[in-house]
Design a protein around this ligand. Structure first.
Ligand SMILES: Nc1ncnc2c1ncn2[C@@H]1O[C@H](COP(=O)(O)OP(=O)(O)O)[C@@H](O)[C@H]1O
Ligand SMILES: [Mg+2]
Length: 273
């Protein structure tokens, strides 16, 4: 596993199984057969570190992430958060955890309310959780993500892709979460905006002591951002370890193929310092 002796896991996942009904094979009568998407996963997400989850499209990355933040309920297995199993908690029991477990989405255009300005987008969840939510709070959150006060009055369609992702990050960190799930958050951005958003996330995670699970199909992004990496394939873990271990000595053919797919020249590592 990827955990070294000094870091304790925020999440420990054991025997995680999840299936979806296969609508394409739904019979006229009765239930559709189910497709197993997560097939008995065991993994740890160490506290205060950035764990990359990588794999080809359809390997189950987003599904795993959505189980961690309990947007999905698994069929079987344990999702231990600080040692307490949250896998089957109902919505009432999850409510106190919701603030701690935040998510940044792939497509900010669909996760930011188009009719709200940026200040309102950031402060609405703060108010819901009783964490302030004044205009000054919005400006402070914007400043942390490198956006000036003028952005507070803008609407999502008036922002670039990179700026939208910064707003998504500002909204999440304004809640002072413990954990952030970032699912393909730079996939839609050009390379230089990617580097800036990743650098921002890395700085914030370090400064705030956040635990991050960073989902990507792109190993070059994982290499520059993450401490640890888990390689998923068809709902199973092929390998996991520190980024150095996995990149220097990949064990599986899938990892080697993903490594070969890294374009040259690579992202400039200086951008990440
Ligand atoms: N809500 C759903 N209903 C049915 N099948 C789903 C659903 N969500 C995901 N799947 C299927 O589960 C598999 C894994 O999906 P996903 O976790 O999104 O993979 P990834 O994020 O690695 O691309 C895919 O085959 C996908 O089609
Ligand atoms: Mg996905």
């Amino acid at each position: 596993m990827s955990v070294d002796v000094l870091t304790r896991p925020l999440f420990s996942v054991r025997g995680l199984c999840l299936s979806f009904p296969d609508q394409s094979r739904k019979p006229l009568f009765g239930a559709a057969p189910r497709i197993e998407v997560l097939k008995g996963l065991d993994l740890d997400i160490p506290e205060g570190r950035i764990t990359g989850i990588v794999g080809e499209s359809g390997s189950g990355k987003s599904t795993l992430g959505r189980v961690l933040v309990r947007l999905l309920t698994p069929d079987a297995g344990q999702v231990l958060l600080d040692g307490k199993d949250i896998a089957h908690l109902d919505e009432d029991a999850l409510r106190p955890l919701r603030r701690d477990l935040q998510m940044i989405f792939q497509d900010p255009m669909s996760s930011l309310n188009p009719r709200h300005n940026v200040a309102r987008i950031i402060t609405t969840p703060m108010k819901r959780y009783g964490l302030g939510g004044s205009h000054a709070d919005a400006l402070a959150a914007l400043e942390r993500v490198g956006l000036g006060a003028a952005f507070a009055e803008r609407y999502p369609h008036e922002l670039s892709g990179g700026q939208r992702q910064r707003v998504g990050i500002a909204r999440a960190i304004a809640l002072k979460p413990r954990f952030i799930l970032a699912d393909e958050i730079v996939s839609g951005l050009d390379v230089s905006s990617q580097a800036q958003v990743l650098s921002l996330l890395k700085d914030l995670a370090r400064d705030m002591g956040l635990t991050v699970a960073f989902i990507s199909h792109d190993l070059s992004v994982i290499r520059h951002l993450c401490d640890d990496v888990i390689v998923l394939n068809l709902g199973e873990i092929l390998e996991s370890g520190s980024v150095e271990q996995v990149f220097d000595n990949p064990q599986s053919e899938v990892t080697k193929t993903l490594l070969d797919a890294i374009p040259l020249p690579e992202l400039d590592p200086d951008w990440f310092d």
